[in-house]
Design a protein around this ligand. Structure first.
Ligand code: ZN
Ligand code: ZN
Length: 209
């Protein structure tokens, strides 16, 4: 089974609840068998259950783990995109409130693809990359559309304990199909020549050189 991020042939990692997982020996991504991925209908059903509205204080606190350190790094006139914004779109609203220009894209909730033609000083991607069926595709887009010196801000719960994988709430979400370790971000940073800041689980900041 080829890794969905770096294409290296990957070994079977484990099977849990009739879901089969692979682990890449190169980038350390853990990913679900491509034949068992959820349909767009299953995904939308799951996403609609989430409480991700801009006026939800708990969700704003959650997003501020990324928004606060990112905004401290950005020039005042920075223009960005929240990639995979969801139904909210909460993070873009928070950044706009602080004066940043922030577009939104989401294949289900904000599907205007014209924003994907532009280049950005920052791109945010919160609770998104664990859902990607072919993460190589989105990484190619990040590499091409974040400007040199620009920032990519990610939130995904890091996989740090293989022994807890089977019972991990993050794994049990039917739409979570790939799991990222610090080593996976280190591989991406090396591969693409970005600098990496493992700010703290679940926040990663990467700067394109
Ligand atoms: Zn890989
Ligand atoms: Zn998720």
């Amino acid at each position: 089974m080829d890794c969905t991020l770096c294409r290296t042939p990957a070994q079977r990692f484990t099977q849990v609840d009739n879901r089969e997982y692979f682990r890449c020996p190169c980038c350390q991504l853990t990913f679900e068998h491509p034949d068992k991925l959820p349909s767009p209908e299953q995904e939308k059903g799951q996403y609609d259950l989430h409480e991700n509205q801009p006026d939800d204080p708990g969700y704003r606190r959650f997003l501020s783990q990324l928004a606060d350190p990112l905004m401290a790094l950005l020039p005042d006139d920075a223009q960005g995109l929240d990639f995979g914004c969801g139904p909210g779109p909460a993070l873009a609203t928070m950044l706009q409130e602080q004066g940043f220009d922030c577009e939104t894209f989401d294949p289900l909730y904000a599907p205007d693809t014209s924003v994907l033609d532009r280049h950005y000083d920052f791109v945010t991607c919160t609770e998104v990359i664990e859902h990607l069926h072919q993460p190589a595709r989105e990484w190619d887009w990040f590499a091409a559309h974040v400007k040199p010196g620009g920032w990519l801000g990610i939130m995904t719960r890091w996989l740090i304990d293989d022994t807890a994988f089977a019972n991990w709430h993050y794994r049990r979400d039917p739409t979570h199909v790939c799991f990222w370790q610090p080593a996976t971000f280190e591989w991406l940073a090396r591969q693409q020549g970005w600098s990496l800041h493992l700010t703290g689980n679940p926040v990663v900041l990467m700067q394109k050189r």
